[in-house]
Design a protein around this ligand. Structure first.
Ligand SMILES: Cc1cc2nc3c(=O)[nH]c(=O)nc-3n(C[C@H](O)[C@H](O)[C@H](O)COP(=O)(O)OP(=O)(O)OC[C@H]3O[C@@H](n4cnc5c(N)ncnc54)[C@H](O)[C@@H]3O)c2cc1C
Length: 501
């Protein structure tokens, strides 16, 4: 692996836009000697988005999941950020999810920090509150329709790597052991990833916060703000609505730091809410109460040979900022088109393209660890001096537009961009907004999983070769910039003047 910063952009890949693949695509899933092209381990949100994308591109995918095929109404993540909604839009899934959820346009943190998400330059200028299981349901439906072979109740127990294949050992619910040979494997198997362990990658980091209590409850009184977060003295708490009458409460009390398996009752949650928010809003009827701790960890590498890590298997951090599921889904969207290009024989330099997954996504994971860690440390501020600093930081972020725009860009994912090769146009590596084009909206055109070339009206610019097919589209106005947009909605190449709006 080179680890070289790259946008995975067209500057380094040398096939023509409509090029014939340089190697034969697999004639059937897996091809000769393989049971499948790509083995995905873990049917969480990361694994299902990735598997669905690969199968939609024509790659044979087997997805194994340890759990049986049943979903509960218990949810971990409950917030889908703007960038994730854009990526779901590029798969035709966002509108349905938005209809089911509750959009929140304003965040108020520590009483003084107000972030107005309605100013986000996106088709989705909000945080969508919706349970993780709704996101998973949509992704599973799409993956099934695209032809992913799901094997629920099947656990990965070991993995062997060679230069040309990956061999997985699995055990199903009846105890039957099976061996599966794939061209590539992706570990989307969560924090305690078996894949990560099997390929010998460590997961260094620290435990950042202990004894967080969580409850899904009904409230007798509705909070004034849709999303309520505050820290007072030694406690902080957070309340958000699911939109169906249920609320998620999370809280922490420095005075009660106990092990995860110490029982937690609603009285403890009420007590923390009263300390931090001044009221418990009459919470009752908890359907789920739990105590957990939160780690900040990141694998030093996201790839070893033919095996990749994505989602919580690659990085984990505190739930502050609601970033975990979102970052995992964005990892999957970055990796899927690259892996599909390589498996389908469209990438002339497969190693460079595959390495760009790590060089683009590892820094994003590290940044998320830093930002979610900063929010937690602010919330846990111990001394009066640190609490005063928290108030000041909150007031500064609220008052200074560029600072709050940067914070919103980071939290929502809208501000994420990738390093561009030296000498590239300044737009290279930036997120493409949902441009209105003669042929339709950009994110609708991206639904084919291909590159989109946006050209001036009547113009056919000479673009560099890309590892995939190119859909041609045109500005509706007399704009001179030409843009080549990658399947994951980032700009691979640009020429001419102007900024896309
Ligand atoms: C309390 C809480 C609140 C959160 N809130 C948010 C939020 O608001 N927003 C947000 O973005 N994120 C949030 N998160 C984080 C989010 O839930 C995770 O980041 C997300 O689930 C990660 O998805 P994943 O697909 O990478 O992994 P997972 O969802 O963990 O899925 C991994 C899958 O792999 C399977 N598996 C594991 N080992 C094996 C094996 N050996 N063989 C086969 N299958 C295996 C598991 O059964 C599991 O289904 C929260 C987390 C917590 C704990």
């Amino acid at each position: 692996m080179t680890g070289r910063p790259s946008t995975g952009s067209t500057n380094v890949h040398r096939t023509s836009p409509q090029a014939t693949p340089t190697t034969e695509p697999a004639a059937h899933p897996g091809g000769a000697g393989f049971d499948t092209d790509v083995l995905v381990v873990g049917a969480g949100p990361t694994g299902m988005l990735l598997a669905g994308d690969l199968a939609a591109a024509g790659v044979g995918v087997t997805l194994i999941e340890r759990r049986p095929h049943e979903r509960s109404n218990i949810t971990r993540a409950f917030g889908v950020h703007a960038r994730t909604l854009e990526l779901l839009d590029a798969r035709g899934l966002a509108d349905e999810l938005v209809r089911q959820g509750t959009p929140i346009t304003g965040l108020r943190l520590f009483r003084r920090l107000s972030l107005d998400l309605s100013r986000l330059p996106s088709r989705f200028p909000f945080l969508l509150i919706t349970p993780q299981y709704e996101v998973e349901k949509l992704l599973e439906r799409r993956a099934v329709a695209a032809g992913v072979e799901f094997r629920y109740g099947t656990e990965l127990t070991g993995l062997e790597l060679s230069g040309s294949s990956v061999t997985a050992h699995t055990t199903d619910a009846t105890g039957t052991r099976t061996t599966l040979r794939a061209r590539y494997a992706v570990g989307a198997d969560g924090v305690r990833s078996t894949v990560r362990e099997a390929i010998g990658l460590p997961f260094p980091g620290v435990s950042v916060i202990r004894s967080i209590v969580l409850a899904d409850v009904k409230l007798a009184e509705e909070p004034a703000d849709l999303l309520t977060v505050n820290g007072v003295g030694d406690a902080f708490a957070f309340i958000a609505p699911f939109g169906d009458g249920w609320y998620r409460v999370m809280g922490w009390n420095r005075g009660r730091q106990v092990a995860d398996d110490e029982p937690v009752g609603l009285d403890e949650v009420r007590d923390i809410a009263r300390r931090a928010l001044g009221t418990d809003f009459g919470m009752h009827d908890a359907r789920w109460i739990s105590r957990f701790h939160s780690d900040e960890r990141q694998a030093p590498s996201y790839r070893k040979g033919r095996v990749f890590l994505a989602g919580d298997a690659a990085h984990v951090h505190s739930p502050a900022g609601g970033q975990g599921m979102n970052t995992g889904l964005q990892d999957a969207a970055n990796l899927s088109w690259k892996l599909a290009s390589v498996v389908l024989g469209r990438a002339p330099d497969p190693e460079v393209l595959l390495d760009s997954y790590e060089s683009e996504r590892h820094p994003v994971g590290a940044a998320v660890l830093r930002s979610s860690g900063a929010i937690v440390r602010l919330a846990m501020a111990r001394t009066p001096l640190r609490r005063a600093a928290r108030s000041l930081a909150a007031a500064f972020l609220s008052a200074v537009r560029p600072a709050s725009a940067k914070a919103m860009g980071m939290i929502s994912g809208i501000g994420i961009s990738y390093d561009a090769p030296r000498g590239s146009h300044r737009l290279t590596g930036r997120r493409a907004p949902d441009l209105r084009l003669t042929e339709g909206r950009l994110y609708e055109l991206l639904r084919g999983g291909e590159f989109v070339l946006v050209a001036p009206p009547g113009g056919e610019p000479d673009v560099p070769p890309v590892p995939g097919r190119v859909i041609r589209a045109h500005w509706t106005t007399d704009r001179r910039t030409a843009l080549l947009v990658r399947p994951d909605g980032y700009i691979a190449w640009a020429s001419g003047a102007g900024t896309p709006r």
